[in-house]
Design a protein around this ligand. Structure first.
Ligand code: GLU
Length: 582
């Protein structure tokens, strides 16, 4: 998401391990498969599928579909995402890009009105912000290529939750309140998620028969049920003539039946870098996540972080992030439209040169992008794009992670972009449409301007880390552009500071994205750590908010797995293992 005001961050995450019937816990260890998600029902769906003999891919889709019911403001079939899969038999990592695309009618001036950028907040809740959803197609590709079960099998648990309903928690109510203004604009959305225009009471049961119907149609007819036929027609109608409440006017969009029928997911090779003996696999373009994290790790590798005082090591981590963000903002966009200098940005030689711009003693000023082209070693990428404007990002989404008894691993981040997406529930089908088009830069020249069929640049960063060719850990988070800093910080906490993963995740988060001010979480300012960083020149952004909702699985040397979710953020996560270790 590309804009100023950061609102409440939110995410659906699956990385949590809790034996069924026991108290919910954010950390669990055991053997067999493991799942961690922000939603207990979603974790249980994954375990149910693993227990029936499904693999990690089957279970991840079952969990994701359930999150679409229990965390509808963050994710669902109205959006898109990036799934990273470690295939144990082949010992390789692949990714399924099912990012939303711009409809065929889109031009670079989509978000220009009278020569100026369109109003951002008005654009967020509009048909024009909706990209062609990719989630169902992504699930189809993942299931048919790497799964073992049918849509009918993996969607069954989510259909159960949508039909029977789930209890509204305080966290759900908070999320409803965060989306309330947007939901009120659309009659289909307020009818489903609000009562008398207000969030549902804590403890009330929310059923979503429309969502159950959409899933049943997909279970019966496969992905075509979504991309052709009644659901597709309902999407076209909702985008072209948004179902607004009386007296409300919003901008319409122009997704056609052909846009939906033509949507394709992409199987992409991950980006890879090495870091202190680990092999770090990251999400490639059109996500900037893997490249920015890889570049920052390469910059940090030249410093012995663990020998430094904590504040100095954190300062260097933020400087590395600052430099990586300047490059990310300047160069990265959909690789089918832009020749981004990925090899140069990830080269260790480029890092060695760029590292000279890190001031070890002081928080640096805003920096310009570096020049990775001399390090590119790829003659197919000859041109420098125009200099870029830097944009702030927002934060809402879901990350989940699942492993199975055979050693397959899934790290999956998916989203409808901002909290509550476009605010438009597709009438009759109970899911919110994304507003992913706002992840494009509104004006150019810039590699990431809107174009027909293009995928907006993302920050999502599902990450799988190997050591000696075997999975060591996986980590990911929601949080818009803060995803990059959350994943980077968690890796540094775990690898450099030697923190167990639960401590690495629960540590206070900071996010420096080449801005004058740095994001810190509520309660951080005034702490000893904050004061130590202030002495190095750090200033904290006003109105601190929770950053991210990370999930991880650690693959222990003794063959057990430890799944870790947030202990405090976003409510407590829920982790389950097939067989808990006692
Ligand atoms: N739309 C964001 C992205 O792709 C993710 C949404 C979020 O986490 O807030 O980077």
């Amino acid at each position: 998401m590309t804009h100023a005001a950061r609102r409440l961050a939110f995410a659906c995450s699956i990385v949590l391990i809790i034996p069924l019937g026991q108290a919910r816990t954010p950390v669990a260890s055991g053997t067999g498969g493991a799942v961690a998600t922000i939603s207990e029902q979603a974790s249980q769906s994954a375990i149910a599928i693993l227990d029936k003999g499904g693999n990690a891919i089957d279970a991840a889709i079952a969990a994701a579909a359930t999150l679409g019911v229990t965390d509808p403001y963050s994710c669902g079939i109205g959006g898109g995402g990036f799934m990273m899969i470690y295939l144990a038999k082949d010992k390789r990592v692949i990714t399924v890009d099912h990012r939303e695309t711009a409809p065929a009618s889109v031009t670079p001036t989509l978000f220009q009105e009278n020569g100026k950028d369109s109003d951002f907040d008005a654009t967020l809740a509009s048909g024009a912000s909706v990209g062609v959803p990719g989630t169902v197609r992504g699930w189809h590709e993942a299931l048919s290529r790497y799964g073992t079960m049918s849509f009918r099998q993996v969607l069954a648990p989510a259909i159960g939750v949508a039909t029977k309903g789930f209890e509204v928690s305080e966290n759900f109510q908070r999320m409803s309140a965060g989306s309330q203004k947007k939901l009120q604009l659309f009659s289909s959305s307020s009818a489903l998620f609000l009562k008398n225009g207000k969030p549902l009471a804590v403890g009330s049961v929310l059923k979503n028969p429309g969502m159950a119907r959409a899933y049943r149609d997909i279970a019966a007819q496969g992905q075509k049920a979504f991309y052709q036929g009644p659901i597709a027609r309902a999407i076209v109608e909702a985008v072209g003539k948004p179902p607004v409440a009386a007296g409300v006017r919003v901008r319409a969009g122009a997704i056609t039946l052909a846009d939906l029928a033509n949507y394709e997911a992409r199987i992409r090779q991950p980006v890879k870098t090495t870091y202190r003996g680990y092999e770090v696999y990251g999400m490639p373009l059109p996500s900037s996540g893997g490249i920015a994290i890889g570049e920052a790790l390469n910059l940090l590798e030249g410093h012995n972080l663990k020998s430094l005082p904590r504040a100095s090591a954190e300062h260097l981590t933020m400087e590395a992030s600052r430099l990586a963000f300047a490059d990310r903002n300047a160069y990265l966009a959909d690789p089918e439209y832009v020749d981004a200098p990925v090899a140069g940005l990830l080269s260790k030689d480029y890092a060695a040169r760029r590292r000279t711009q890190m001031n070890a003693e002081r928080a640096g000023p805003k920096v310009l992008a570096g020049d990775p082209y001399p390090f590119q070693n790829d003659p197919s990428v000859p041109q420098r794009p125009q200099a870029a404007r830097l944009l702030a990002d927002n934060a809402h989404t879901t990350h989940l992670t699942v492993s199975d008894k055979d050693g397959n691993v899934v790290a999956y981040t998916f989203t409808i972009e901002s909290w509550g997406g476009s605010g438009i529930v597709v009438p009759g089908y109970g899911f919110l449409l994304n507003n992913e088009m706002t992840d494009f830069d509104f004006s150019g020249p810039h590699p990431n301007v809107p174009e027909a069929g293009k995928r907006p640049r993302s920050s999502m960063a599902p990450t799988i880390v190997l050591k000696g060719g075997k999975p060591a850990f996986t980590v990911g988070s929601p949080g818009g552009a803060t995803i990059i800093t959350t994943v980077l910080q968690t890796i540094v906490n775990h690898v450099d500071f030697g923190m167990p993963m639960d401590k690495a995740i629960n540590a206070p988060r900071l996010s420096q994205r080449n801005d004058a001010a740095t994001d810190a979480e509520p309660g951080f300012a005034g702490s000893a750590q904050a004061l130590a960083l202030e002495k190095l020149g750090y200033k904290w952004r006003a109105k601190p908010e929770e950053i991210g909702a990370a999930n991880a699985i650690v693959f222990n040397a003794d063959g057990t797995v430890t799944a870790v979710s947030e202990g405090k953020r976003h409510g407590v996560g829920s982790a389950l293992v097939q067989k808990s270790a006692n």
